[in-house]
Design a protein around this ligand. Sequence first.
Ligand code: AMP
Ligand code: MN
Ligand code: MN
Length: 358
Amino acid sequence: MRPGPTPGRTPSSRAAASSRVAGPSEAVAASDWEAAVAAVRGAGLDDEVQLICHVNPDGDALGSMLGFALGLRRLGFTRLRATFPGEFDVPEPYRALPGIDLLVPEQQAYASPALTLIFDVAAESRLGGLASLLDGGSRVVVLDHHASNTGFGDVALVDPGAAATSVVADELLSRLGVPLDAEIAECLYVALTTDTGSFKFVRSPSVHTLAARLIATGISPAAIARRTFDTRPFGAMKLAGEVLGRALLDPAAAGGRGLVWTYATTADLERHGQRPYVLDSLIDPVRGVAEADVAVLVKELVPGEWAVSLRSKGGVDVSAVATALGGGGHRLAAGFTAYGTPDDVIAEIRPLLDAHLT
Ligand code: AMP
Ligand code: MN
Ligand code: MN
């Protein structure tokens, strides 16, 4: 069975989509949009469809994936599973996202789905053990916005100019004729606000045009912001105090542009009874240090293995730095996985900062 006719979007929302200033329709080839639509339309409504986002998922990974999954549900697809690799530890702020009932641990992923959709994943390495499922004959469509995207998958909808993967997801939903509703909008809005730092890093008016369309469905930006950004356990605040308190400033690094960095260990998390996701937002106060262009947060995932967050105010291309160390990301926000001690990690990063001044 194939998806039947679905209500299209209104002509006015179509017009708004086509008048986007730097929307995905310009960065992604028309033939790729068509191929992605054909891949979805080509799957039967009772076929297994799998949606996957990156390890240690953030708001964009989960929000764009679940928002799109809800859109597929509206189209009539009956067998949908959304998942991500690694420990099944959904950050608290995202546990109430609409569509969360579709999320399963990677152990319950379909082994050979007809269609696989991948969200916010720049490289197969970010898929952990789920990467092996891509070899099984499933049609693979990738929705992403990382400049460092490797182009994997059968169809790659990669728009480095998009503020979030949810911008790409919204465009594909629109092309599939899925009308926005409040549940889909909430997912896409969470994705958009997390990846734009609550609209602080917006470079195109099209982001606010999308936000306006999402809010028009009746969602509450204030309630979403409080839940997503402004709610944390007491222990997380105490942990933040310690981690920020040990930050070091290295004014000579990055050709004199300056580096500020700190780290958090699994022992820190244990001492305060916290889960790793509470560290994700800690890069923001570090990034705010006026004396440094580059901010680094080194987070211990398991003893001796670190997730490294890099941020720049524009003086260094941190995506190039992260890519050189096996990771990826964007010019001003990137990351990679490292081993050793925090000092080892910084020693690896320091010369690369000098090599990638802008
Ligand atoms: P984060 O510091 O985790 O918020 O990530 C910042 C940006 O870098 C995001 O766009 C991530 O997708 C990307 N990123 C983080 N870690 C990695 C990695 N190990 N490999 C590739 N991209 C990464
Ligand atoms: Mn992400
Ligand atoms: Mn993203």
